[in-house]
Design a protein around this ligand. Structure first.
Ligand SMILES: [Zn+2]
Ligand SMILES: [Zn+2]
Length: 172
C-alpha cells in the first residue's frame, strides 16, 4: 500500500504529513490546494531572516512543538541584545554573530521532545549538534549551506531532514 504525502513532498515523513496505506486512487486524486503548514512556517522563517543584522548571511528560524500547533522559539542571526546591530569583525566564519538556530534554541523548552525546526539555510556543524541535543526530531531547510557537514550530523543522529522548497513560489 502506498503512503500518501499530503504536501506531495515524499521526503516529508512527519506523521502529520503522511497517510499510511492509502489507495493508488487516493494518491493520484490528492491535490494541494492551500499552503502546507510546513510551508507557512518556512515562510515565517524567511520573514525573520529579513531582520538579520549580519553582513555575511541572513538566516531565520522557527521552532514548533511536535504537532506544529505552537511556535516555541524564533531566531535570526545577529549580535547579542544591547550590542551594536553589526558584526564584530568582517572575517569570514568569525563575524561574532549568534547563529539563527542558537537564538531560537535558547528560547525553546529543552525538555520538549519531537520539536520541529524550520531554517532558511542548512545548519553549520555546531548548530546541528545543538539541534540534536535540544530534542528536535525534524528539521526543514530551504537552501543548502555551502558546507554539508551539518546535515550529515543531523542524519547520523537520526533526525528527519527535509530540503523544503517544493512550494517556495506557489500560493504567492
Ligand atoms: Zn555577522
Ligand atoms: Zn550555526
Amino acid at each position: 500500500m502506498p503512503t500518501l504525502f499530503k504536501d506531495q513532498v515524499p521526503g516529508n515523513t512527519h506523521p502529520l504529513n503522511t497517510v499510511e496505506g492509502a489507495s493508488e486512487e487516493e494518491v493520484s486524486r490528492h491535490q494541494v490546494d492551500r499552503p502546507p503548514l510546513f510551508e507557512v512556517y518556512m515562510r515565517m522563517a524567511e520573514d525573520l531572516a529579513r531582520r538579520s543584522t549580519c553582513r555575511r548571511l541572513s538566516v531565520g528560524t522557527v521552532i514548533t512543538d511536535a504537532l506544529l500547533e505552537n511556535v516555541v522559539g524564533i531566531g535570526y542571526n545577529g549580535n547579542v541584545k544591547g550590542f551594536p546591530n553589526d558584526c564584530d569583525s568582517p572575517t569570514p566564519g568569525a563575524c561574532g554573530c549568534i547563529h539563527s538556530e542558537m537564538n531560537a534554541l535558547v528560547k525553546a523548552p529543552g525538555h520538549l521532545p519531537g520539536k520541529v525546526m524550520f531554517v532558511t539555510a542548512s545548519p553549520c556543524p555546531m548548530c546541528a549538534k545543538l539541534v540534536v541535543q535540544a530534542k528536535v526530531s525534524h528539521l526543514y531547510y530551504r537552501t543548502p549551506y555551502r558546507r554539508a557537514e551539518g546535515l550529515e550530523i543531523l542524519v547520523k543522529a537520526g533526525l528527519t531532514v527535509v530540503h523544503y522548497h517544493r512550494w517556495k513560489d506557489a500560493f504567492r
